[in-house]
Ligand binder design. Structure first.
Ligand SMILES: CC(C)(COP(=O)(O)OP(=O)(O)OC[C@H]1O[C@@H](n2cnc3c(N)ncnc32)[C@H](O)[C@@H]1OP(=O)(O)O)[C@@H](O)C(=O)NCCC(=O)NCCS
Length: 164
C-alpha cells in the first residue's frame, strides 16, 4: 500500500487489485490493442489507485533487463486514470510515489516509463514527477490502428531521487 498526495494536497492510495475486484475503466487512445497477447516475460505487478473511496486508475510495473546479471534489472512502470480524474495532478504524484516505493523496497538503480510521442499529458506528468526524457524508441509499439508508433522513453535513477 502506497499513500501519496497531489501537490494540491489531494490524498490517494496505490494498492493491489483485490481478488474479483473489477478494474476501473482507464482506457485511452494509447492502449487500443489488436492481435494475440503475449505472456509477460517478467511478472507484471498490478495495482489500482483509490481516491475518496473511488477507483480512479490503475498502475503496473515489471522488470526489464539491460544485461545478463541481476544488477542490470530495472523497473518499467505504466499508468492509466479514469477520464474524469485526469488533469488533477494524480498522474504525476502517483508515478513519483511508485518510483520512490520501488527504490525503497528493491535494489534496482533505474525506473523507466515510455509513452506515445503524441501523449503530451503523460510526458508532462513524468517530467513533473522528476523523470528525465531520454529519447525516442522508433516504431516500437503496435496498436489497433495497425501502425507501429514511436514512443518517448523517460527514466529516474536511484541517485537522482535525493537531488529532486
Ligand atoms: C497520462 C496521465 C496518466 C497523466 O496523469 P494526469 O493526472 O492527467 O496528469 P497531471 O494532472 O499530473 O498533469 C501533469 C502535467 O501534464 C499536464 N497535462 C495534463 N493533461 C494534459 C493534456 N491533456 N494535455 C497537455 N498537458 C496535460 C498538466 O498541465 C501538468 O503539467 P504541468 O506540470 O506543466 O502543470 C492521465 O492523463 C491518463 O491516464 N491519460 C490516459 C491514459 C494514458 O495516456 N496513460 C499513459 C499511457 S503511457
Amino acid at each position: 500500500m502506497i499513500y501519496a498526495q497531489t501537490c494540491d494536497g489531494v490524498g490517494f492510495v496505490i494498492r493491489p487489485l483485490s481478488e474479483g475486484e473489477a478494474r476501473p475503466d482507464d482506457s485511452s487512445e494509447y492502449d487500443q490493442w489488436s492481435g494475440e497477447f503475449i505472456s509477460a516475460h517478467s511478472e507484471m505487478h498490478q495495482a489500482v489507485i483509490e481516491c475518496a473511496g473511488e477507483l480512479v486508475g490503475s498502475m503496473s510495473w515489471h522488470e526489464e533487463m539491460y544485461g545478463p546479471t541481476v544488477g542490470s534489472l530495472c523497473w518499467n512502470i505504466g499508468i492509466g486514470l479514469v477520464a474524469v480524474w485526469r488533469g488533477k495532478g494524480i498522474g504525476a504524484a502517483a508515478q513519483r510515489a511508485l518510483a520512490e516505493h520501488l527504490f525503497a523496497t528493491t535494489p534496482h538503480n533505474r525506473v523507466e516509463a515510455s509513452t506515445d510521442v503524441k501523449n503530451v499529458a503523460e510526458q508532462r506528468a513524468l517530467e513533473r514527477a522528476g523523470f528525465t526524457r531520454e529519447g525516442i524508441l522508433r516504431g516500437a509499439q503496435h496498436r489497433a490502428d495497425g501502425i507501429h508508433h514511436d514512443l518517448v522513453v523517460y527514466s529516474m535513477l536511484r541517485g537522482e531521487l535525493e537531488l529532486l
